[in-house]
Design a protein around this ligand. Sequence first.
Ligand SMILES: Cc1cc2nc3c(=O)[nH]c(=O)nc-3n(C[C@H](O)[C@H](O)[C@H](O)COP(=O)(O)OP(=O)(O)OC[C@H]3O[C@@H](n4cnc5c(N)ncnc54)[C@H](O)[C@@H]3O)c2cc1C
Length: 390
Amino acid sequence: MWFEGSIGTENTGARDKAWATGHSPEKLTDDEAVTFGTCLRDYAIELGAEFRYDTMLVKCEQNSDGRVTGVICQDGNDLHYIRVNASKGVILATGGYVSNTEMVEARQAWNNRLKINVPVGGSCTGDGIKAAMWCGASIDPLGCAVTFNRACCKPDEVAGSDLKGKWFWFGEQPFLKVNLNGKRFCNESGPYDYMLHSAYMQPYHTYVDIWDSDYVEQVKQLNEVGCCRLYPFDNGAPSNMPVSLMGKKFEELEEAGYIQKADTMEELAEKLNLPVEATVETWNRYNMFAEQGKDEDYNKEPYRLTSLTHPPYYGVRTGSWFLATIDGISINTDMHAVDEAGKQIEGLFMVGNDSGGFFSVSYPNLMTGLAAGRTMTFGRRAGMLAAQGK
Ligand SMILES: Cc1cc2nc3c(=O)[nH]c(=O)nc-3n(C[C@H](O)[C@H](O)[C@H](O)COP(=O)(O)OP(=O)(O)OC[C@H]3O[C@@H](n4cnc5c(N)ncnc54)[C@H](O)[C@@H]3O)c2cc1C
């Protein structure tokens, strides 16, 4: 495992404390087919586990005492039904409901408004959560999602549930961001979804990222933490994406009509369909803050104020990249689903994004890897308890 050694917030005057919790599996061999996942799978098979792909959970079965005794599944090819008896317990892990737009609308409509669709798979449609609720389990009172400010749309488009856009990895870098009236509306430096939540209250729930040609140097100064970092960490652990790739990505997005580029801020504002006067005024004020090292409007950390005075300038309309839902079925500390009264439903365990009680409203990236981390940690605990029939 690579351990992300730098937290990027020590002695910098950062607003938020971030912890160095991120781990990334190292490449194990030169064979691309050998991954962390395939190794775990093969190890499980060695120990007697059986994998059944193309087998869809439909519902759980309960006995007269309410204990969950197994599941009914459907074969993904010929759709015949399969009954699986489970004497020790059922662990539901169908990954939440990110791909069920109707369920998202019912539970967290604001995230549909912020969303720019960028494909992330499409198989998590809330089946495990629904199956547990049919057994009497209760669900978190508030919807919650992993949303990153890394999806973009074209200058004549706005974020919203039907819009298809593009992936924009650079979006998390805390450069100047303005609403569609050309005004700043929050401190751009913060966990990924903080500014998306601010954007929800802006016109058309859409905003614009603005940066300039000096971005390679400036990104170093911005010293981001977690998965959006574009430089290796202090201990040599690589970032998920290197800054050297950004230029090529910008070109592709520019060619496809997403990123706009111009030699003056006036021209850039026009290309992005922003009011020119207001945008230029905001840009001038932002540069003044950068020069004086003090953000009088939103108190952004001085080391994250960089002057945008190096043409050509770049800009793109941005919204949320909606990765996963992370609210779910209420559980107790033994990973059992519980009903409204907190009473556990015997034989039914919930893990990962099917389980709730952990996040609320936000997925702050101050502990990198927390979503995958709780899934694996609590999943292991559920497995150990279920194996003992507890
Ligand atoms: C692109 C992307 C990047 C991410 N990056 C990070 C990161 O860097 N760090 C981090 O901590 N988290 C990250 N996350 C979030 C993290 O991946 C999830 O929180 C985690 O995978 C949840 O695990 P899970 O087992 O609950 O769901 P999943 O890993 O989604 O697995 C659920 C599985 O259930 C299957 N399924 C769905 N319905 C049924 C059904 N009816 N019957 C049978 N099977 C079904 C699905 O096909 C899927 O294979 C990322 C997510 C995405 C999409």
